[in-house]
Design a protein around this ligand. Structure first.
Ligand code: T4K
Length: 379
């Protein structure tokens, strides 16, 4: 079993060449403009519009994904209502709901994709339900057709937490936003709204950042306003907004990383292929194959004890820091304990899943060595 000299972390952010970043800084220094809808942010928005194929009128950038969600939920009018969502996610999906005064109602997941199940969600719809918030967890695509049907049938909003799904595209005739590219649409175009996180633990980042993509272009003005305290002019404040503006250095990092996006995606695929090859002869480790962008490498073990042994021994014996995303389940955390035990499939998955290291620059031979260690640990 290989012990790495330096710790191998579950992820590392891609960093653009420092010289190129410095050149971008020169422009920011010359402008003496650091935040509040600056020119670099506007360029970043344009480039994202081009990459995703979404009109610029249907995008809004924020300083992180959590505030993007919070303000997105608020702008969609979810305050005071119930929102059906998944417990198998990062806490931000639900925290952002609670923070605007909406009540998360947890429905179970599909055991294969690990995304919210439309069938389970439908059973919980009541007259108080204002929206459904599925998560494209790990970049696995939700049953977007199933949710579109629920949206139409019950008149509820469908808002995707697509934090993990940047770089995921699909052939789609149900796209929410009219696309420039024929048939190939960003996953962010499904439903009424989607949020991408640009945190450095994501395959694409802007130091911190979040992007909302929305179907109704009229929302843009509202969101731009909400991210700037809801101040409309020097003498008018029209709502209770927040400070959720992306600054110029974040936008510059995003622009520099976007230049590299195809390579970042290709590299993740290569790492995934290395793990896939290595585990192909081992029935004790089930690689979860559904993600298009390979943002994470989740594997399932036969039971909780095995998963815990692999997690602990990788750390102790190999100096490899895998993560148990997403364990514990949200319904095991203090704010959501009243829903504990309501989602048995999610509980089972959370108890057996482990995400293995993947990032641009992780050596393929290191992914192979990690796989060999995992196989040795499970015996
Ligand atoms: N919805 C979903 C489904 C999400 O997964 C997230 C965030 C959100 C919403 C909210 O979006 P943001 O507001 O974050 O934009 C991390 C991230 O902090 C969080 O962004 C992410 N999901 C979540 C899944 O993972 P931690 O507590 O695991 O992060 P941390 O600090 O332990 O970092 C993980 C690994 O990355 C470590 O081994 C160290 C390495 N790392 C981290 C940073 C920040 C680096 O090498 N460099 C770095 O700069 O939560």
């Amino acid at each position: 079993m290989k012990r790495f000299e330096k710790p191998i972390l579950v992820t590392r952010p891609y960093l653009p060449p420092l010289e190129e970043f410095k050149q971008g800084c020169e422009e920011i220094w010359a402008n003496q403009w650091l935040t509040n809808n600056g020119p670099v942010l506007q360029r970043f928005q344009k480039e994202l519009s081009r990459y995703l194929g979404v009109p610029e009128t249907n995008l809004a950038l924020f300083n992180n994904g959590t505030l993007a969600l919070e303000l997105g939920y608020y702008a969609m009018g979810l305050a005071g209502g119930e929102v059906i969502t998944t417990p198998f996610t990062f806490v931000a999906t639900s925290h952002a709901l609670v923070r605007i005064g909406a009540k998360p109602v947890f429905a179970d997941i599909d055991p294969e994709t690990m995304c919210l199940s439309p069938e389970a969600a439908e059973k919980l719809i009541t007259p108080r339900t204002k929206a459904i918030v599925p998560v494209h967890v790990y970049g696995n695509v939700c049953d977007v057709e199933g949710f579109a049907r629920l949206g139409e049938k019950y008149g509820v909003k469908i808002i995707y937490d697509a934090a993990h799904a940047f770089g995921v595209f699909r052939e789609d005739s149900h796209a929410g936003v009219q696309m420039g590219r024929e048939c190939r649409v960003s996953i962010g175009c499904c439903g009424d709204m989607s949020m991408f996180s640009f945190h450095p633990t994501k395959l694409f980042h802007s130091c911190e950042g979040g992007l909302l993509v929305f179907k109704d272009a009229a929302l843009q003005e509202k969101l731009f306003n909400l991210r700037n305290f809801a101040i409309k002019s020097e003498t008018e404040c029209i709502d209770v907004g927040s400070n959720a503006k992306m600054n110029e250095l974040q936008a510059l990092m995003g622009l520099e990383c976007l230049k590299k996006i195809d390579d970042l995606l290709d590299y993740r695929q290569k790492i995934y292929n290395a793990y896939e090859g290595a585990f192909s002869d081992c029935s004790e480790v089930k690689l979860v194959p559904y993600s298009q962008n390979k943002a994470y490498v989740p594997v399932l073990f036969k039971d909780f004890a095995t998963r815990e042994r692999v997690y602990t021994e990788l750390k102790g014996k190999c100096n490899v820091f895998s993560r148990r995303y997403f364990y514990p389940l949200l319904t095991d955390f203090v704010p959501y304990l009243d829903a504990k035990g309501t989602c048995p499939i999610a509980e089972d998955v959370a108890s057996r899943v482990l995400t293995l290291p993947t990032y641009y620059g992780l050596l393929l031979e290191d992914a192979n060595a990690i796989s060999e260690s995992v196989k040795e640990i499970v015996g």
